[in-house]
Write a protein that binds this ligand. Structure first.
Ligand code: 5GP
Ligand code: 5GP
Ligand code: 5GP
Length: 215
């Protein structure tokens, strides 16, 4: 069997909520380019099989070439910021995503990152939730969040939670499924195995009182 690099069934498009990445015992560090907006940001665009398995690191020779994505960098700094410590400009995070997941698609580097940026705009999650009255700074039922996304985007999303320092479950990542052309949302063939949520979950704000912690 040939190990073809476009042999997968769909993508998970995964967005993270920065306040929940930071507001845990795990520390976060703001990017060298500044504190991210209070908005969902991209974690990755991950090729997946219908079985739930997924390919990874499909081309050990390929690494992210900054010159291929020069025109996308300012959008990536805004929509795909890195929150891991130590602070970075994003190239390490994007390079990791390219090597682990991007190399298993049939897309070139520019198309891969462009597709993810366009999917973020298309989903417009913060706006979709806001239209349903779901705004950072309060608790909501998991059901109401899922319903708002299904109505606003057209398909069920999977919500992954983590736990804040006070022990509350909070909205951490949103998984949406995308067709193999990386352009349209689809109904998820299989939901991922993210961490569980309670019935009521916190949607924490990421405003001036949140702080970057150095490791
Ligand atoms: P975690 O164990 O933190 O959920 O995931 C670690 C990493 O494994 C993710 O950042 C991602 O790169 C990969 N990963 C986890 N779950 C999935 C999945 O369902 N599909 C794909 N394609 N990758 C995943
Ligand atoms: P994945 O979990 O996609 O395989 O890998 C995520 C990797 O990127 C981890 O090594 C993590 O430390 C790094 N990383 C850098 N910035 C971020 C970020 O903002 N969010 C997440 N989830 N991982 C990040
Ligand atoms: P069912 O698929 O039977 O509706 O749900 C199975 C379990 O998964 C239930 O406990 C339900 O609350 C949970 N669940 C459904 N959707 C989500 C989701 O998007 N995120 C998480 N974490 N759990 C979910």
């Amino acid at each position: 069997i040939l190990c073809s690099s476009q042999d997968f069934d769909f993508f998970y498009f995964v967005q993270q909520w920065p306040a929940s990445y930071c507001d845990t015992r795990r520390s976060c560090c703001y990017p060298t380019t500044g504190k991210p907006d209070e908005d969902f940001s991209i974690h990755g665009l991950w090729p997946n099989y219908n079985s739930g398995k997924y390919p990874q690191n499909c081309d050990r020779e390929s690494s992210l070439d900054r010159s291929e994505i020069t025109d996308l960098v300012s959008r990536m700094q805004k929509d795909w910021p890195t929150l891991a410590c130590p602070s970075g400009d994003g190239m390490k995070f994007w390079g990791h995503e390219w090597e682990k997941h991007g190399t298993c698609t049939s897309l070139d580097q520019h198309s891969y990152f462009q597709a993810a940026l366009d999917l973020k705009s298309k989903a417009n999650l913060l706006q979709v939730l806001g239209d349903a009255g779901i705004r950072p700074g309060k608790f909501y039922s998991l059901e109401s969040i899922k319903k708002a996304i299904e109505e606003g985007v057209g398909y069920e999303a999977y919500i992954e939670c983590n736990v804040d320092p006070a022990g509350n479950h909070q909205l951490y990542q949103v998984y949406m499924c995308v067709d193999t052309s990386a352009s349209d949302f689809i109904k998820c063939p299989i939901l991922p195995h993210g961490r569980a949520c309670g019935k009521n979950i916190e949607f924490p704000s990421f405003s001036s009182n949140s702080q970057s912690q150095d490791e």
